[in-house]
Every structure is written in structure tokens, then in C-alpha cells.
Write a protein that binds this ligand. Structure first.
Ligand code: HEM
Length: 116
């Protein structure tokens, strides 16, 4: 998960296609590079460190204050799909299923319509 998260934030920082997504994040992405893999590990059924450190915290509702719309949700989902595609994962079908579910979650965080 660390490889996926690092690739995800590398893409977010380097690719102008994700400029709006980058702009709504803090200048220092180091805390995110630590938090995202920890969240994803627990979310995918592995070690639950993030969930134990954040009891009762809901990933979707904690995103409510951020200006997430169809564009930025799409940027998040696209960067995550690319990061997962480039990760050394044994099972490609599982990796793609994970990218699909995360994309739906990202669009679910968007404002306005149900699909963000
Ligand atoms: C399934 C989709 C997503 C997941 C799993 C996810 C995951 C995370 C995690 C783990 C954190 C850190 C929370 C913490 O540990 O306190 C976070 C924060 C944040 N996320 Fe997301 N996120 C998702 C979608 C999005 C989208 C679509 C956007 C914007 C378009 C976004 C913008 C942010 C911002 C702005 C922060 C705060 C970061 C900061 O203060 O630098 N996230 N997210």
C-alpha cells in the first residue's frame, strides 16, 4: 500500500492534470503519504492501525469540508487507478476491483449529484 500511496502523491505533485486536486491539499503531503497507506491497509482487510488511531472516523464524512466536485473526484480516481496499475501487485483482478471501488467512493464524496 505504501508503493501505491507514494506513486499516487508523486503523480498528484508532478502531473498538471491533477493541479486542482493538488491545490486543495496541504503544502506538505508527508502526513498524507503516511495516512493513506495506513487507511487503505485497514480498509482492504489488513492491519487496522489507521482505524485504531482514528476511532469512529468516517473517511467519507471527513471529506465533507473539502471542495470535491466531479472534476476533483475524477482526478483523485484517475491518479489512484494509475498508481494501482503501476504497483507490483500479484493479483491484477483484485487490484482493478480495488481501483473501481475507490473511484466510486471518490465520486461519492463529491457535492451536488449523487455521483459527484
Ligand atoms: C476513496 C477516496 C479517498 C480516500 C480513500 C481518501 C483518503 C484520505 C485520507 C486517508 C486522508 C487523511 C485523513 C487522516 O488520516 O486524517 C485524506 C485527507 C484528505 N483528502 Fe482524501 N481520500 C479520498 C478521496 C478524496 C478526494 C476525491 C479528494 C479531493 C478531490 C480528497 C481530498 C482530501 C484532502 C484535501 C484531505 C486533507 C489533506 C490535507 O490536509 O493535506 N480526498 N484523504
Amino acid at each position: 500500500m505504501q508503493a501505491i500511496a507514494d506513486r499516487f502523491y508523486d503523480l498528484m505533485e508532478a502531473d498538471p492534470a491533477y493541479a486542482e486536486l493538488r491545490a486543495i491539499h496541504a503544502a506538505d503531503l508527508a502526513p498524507m503519504r503516511a495516512a493513506l497507506p495506513s487507511f487503505l491497509a485497514g480498509w482492504a482487510g489488513g492491519p487496522r492501525d489507521w482505524f485504531e488511531a482514528n476511532p469512529g472516523k468516517c473517511m467519507v464524512s471527513m471529506h465533507a469540508p473539502f471542495p470535491i466536485d466531479h472534476r476533483t473526484a475524477g482526478q483523485w480516481a484517475d491518479a489512484m487507478r494509475r498508481a494501482i496499475a503501476q504497483a507490483p501487485v500479484a493479483d491484477r483482478d483484485v487490484a482493478e476491483a480495488m481501483a473501481d471501488v475507490l473511484a466510486r467512493m471518490a465520486h461519492g464524496m463529491g457535492r451536488g449529484t449523487e455521483r459527484g
